[in-house]
Ligand binder design. Sequence first.
Ligand SMILES: [Zn+2]
Length: 293
Amino acid sequence: MNKPAPQTANYNSADAPADASARRAVPPVICYPNDSLPVADLETYRKARGTAVKTGEVLVPARDAACFEVPAGHFFRISSVEGPQVGDLNLWNKNDLAERFYSGKSRALHGTHITTGERMWTSFPYLRPMATIIHDTLGWYGIDDFGGSVHDVIGTRCDPYTGNLLAGNQYHYCCHSNLTRALADHLGVSLAEAEPHVHDVLNVFMCTGFTRDTGQYFMKASPVRPGDYLEFFAEIDLLGALSACPGGDCSSEHSSDTASCHPLLVEMFAPEAGTLKDWISPPVNQYDGSHGR
Ligand SMILES: [Zn+2]
């Protein structure tokens, strides 16, 4: 069977106006200059972390997901333990699942990938920091020659619907399904009730970018190795779900059982009382919600 040519950006240079070069030469401006974002007080967080004791851990099995809870003012760490593995992270306000991680706005505020000092922000109408990254052992990676970097907020999560659309298959261990099963079990609800709560993720340890020629989303082998970790401060009471992606290190494919996969470890830590000094859990966004009426 003849395969159709892959679809790429359909740019038609024949339509270019006479001043096309001048229009293209206009320099970009940053959409959301983030110098007015409230700055995370990393020094206080790290001092408190220095006093913290471990309160629990969850081992997320390969090609599966698990839930965990972290009270506001505590810490959690996601570690690579047995081999290179990426994780798809969902976070909710533990007390109100309507408030959840907003990947798109976190991307608009911080960039395509997030690292130390940057935050995971919640959905409208709350829009407040829910978790702050305080340590990233892959912070050295930066942006590589392909435009790739680590811990993206550009991918969504691998899911069985896209797999079915592109390949016609029925695969049940994509991150979307893993997160759905884990949340259903944690809340004691049906899969149908749990599924709408699953949302676009933080791709922990995943190395991704956009190709310069076609603008397509790409992935490449994650630089993560056992011992690497990403550590967070919980700004609000959190319910988390982490999936150990069936793509493994995402060097070749996902949405199948082909890749070599490993578990991921989540550990929770509580700081000594009083060590967070004046820190208070951030209030919800102060927009009045009247929308012009
Ligand atoms: Zn996945």
